[in-house]
Design a protein around this ligand. Structure first.
Ligand code: TXA
Ligand code: MG
Length: 318
């Protein structure tokens, strides 16, 4: 089955909101990646999200809201959390907070935890959809579990096909990597996933942030292998191997690769993040023996890029 893709004009957004309220799933653009959305108050719709993605039920979802006022109905914000939301929302930051017991949010969305991840997206289409639906939207990235996240409507269609009622096409996602996930449920802020909001910016507002030693325990979704293309990935390659394609970064490209995509010729990390998943997808073709990557600086958005590349290169289960 193929998915219906509609340009994100007002009538299409209304239709998507109607589908959401009726319990169906819709894919929509955010500034980070495309999300697979369902009504966060509807246990059945949330169960459908797990099924459509083939996602293990222990991995909780992010709840999308319009802003702090709406989020406070579902999670407990202390002064520190309020400061983070006021400074960085709307934007690519998800906050893990104590869940209000009286919150009507699907229990499945939190995967049985007493915390909930909340984010207010900055993308105008995501905001218009939230407004039209009039309820929080649970939305993981719109890919099959463990695969590359979609940064274009066509990627979401290729990943989910007929498992989604409608895909809103809002063009390419400007940030290109998923939101930064910050745990504010404990004493010290802990980074659970580096993402579209650089750690340095968070630390400037919140002070020291721990890099969560045992991340797999703290964030169930941080499985070692993730974001994987079909081809094997080789990190920080210095020279070409036969038949290999190269995901390059910067002005100097080593010779001998069967194909090259350059994340950013000028070494711009924001440009590289925006290109990351689309370029990996383009290089992920059976005619190549594998994908090699070049070193990326470990600061700013480079942290999120390196995290995704390391996971894509990690040994795969099965
Ligand atoms: O940019 C994004 O965050 C995108 C767009 C669509 O908003 N969404 C996204 O969702 O990347 P997903 O489901 O692919 O990743 C959510 C991450 C997972 O690593 C999950 O384990 C973590 O957030 N997470 C969600 N709720 C959590 C909680 N209560 N405690 C710890 N980690 C949580
Ligand atoms: Mg994901």
């Amino acid at each position: 089955m193929t998915a219906t893709i509609l340009p994100a004009a007002p009538a299409a957004i209304e239709e998507a909101a109607r589908l959401l309220r009726a319990g169906a799933l819709v894919a929509f653009p955010t500034e980070t990646v495309y999300g697979l959305g369902g009504d966060a108050l509807d246990e059945r719709a949330v169960a459908e999200i797990f099924t459509a993605k083939g996602r293990p039920a222990f991995n909780p979802l992010i709840i999308h809201v319009l802003g702090l006022a709406e989020a406070e109905a579902h999670a407990r914000f202390d002064a520190r959390a309020r400061r983070a939301a006021e400074r960085f929302w709307p934007g690519p930051l998800s906050l893990v907070l104590p869940r209000r017991p009286e919150s009507g949010l699907s229990l499945l969305a939190s995967a049985g935890l007493d915390t909930v991840a909340m984010r207010a997206p900055a993308h105008p289409v995501a905001q218009a959809l939230l407004r039209a639906a009039g309820r929080p939207i649970a939305a993981p990235s719109a890919n099959r579990s463990g695969r590359l996240s979609p940064t274009e409507a066509a990627h979401a269609a290729a990943e989910l096909g007929g498992r989604v009622a409608l895909i809103l096409d809002g063009g390419r996602c400007p940030v290109g990597v998923e939101s930064t996930v910050l745990d504010l449920s404990g004493e010290r802020p802990a980074l659970l996933r580096p993402g579209g909001l650089p750690l340095e910016e968070l630390a400037a507002v919140l002070g020291p942030i721990s890099l969560a030693g045992d991340r797999r325990r703290r964030s169930p979704g941080m499985l070692e292998s993730h974001y994987a293309p079909a081809l094997p990935l080789r990190l920080e390659a210095a020279a070409a191997r036969p038949g290999e394609a190269l995901l390059a970064f910067g002005p100097q490209i080593p010779p001998g690769f069967a194909a090259v995509e350059n994340l950013s010729r000028t070494g711009d990390l924001a440009e590289a993040a925006a290109n990351l998943f689309a370029m990996l997808r383009r290089l992920d073709r059976p005619q190549f023996a594998g994908i090699a990557t070049m070193p990326i600086p470990e600061h700013g958005l480079g942290r999120a890029i390196n995290d995704r590349l390391r996971r894509a290169a990690a040994p795969r289960p099965g």
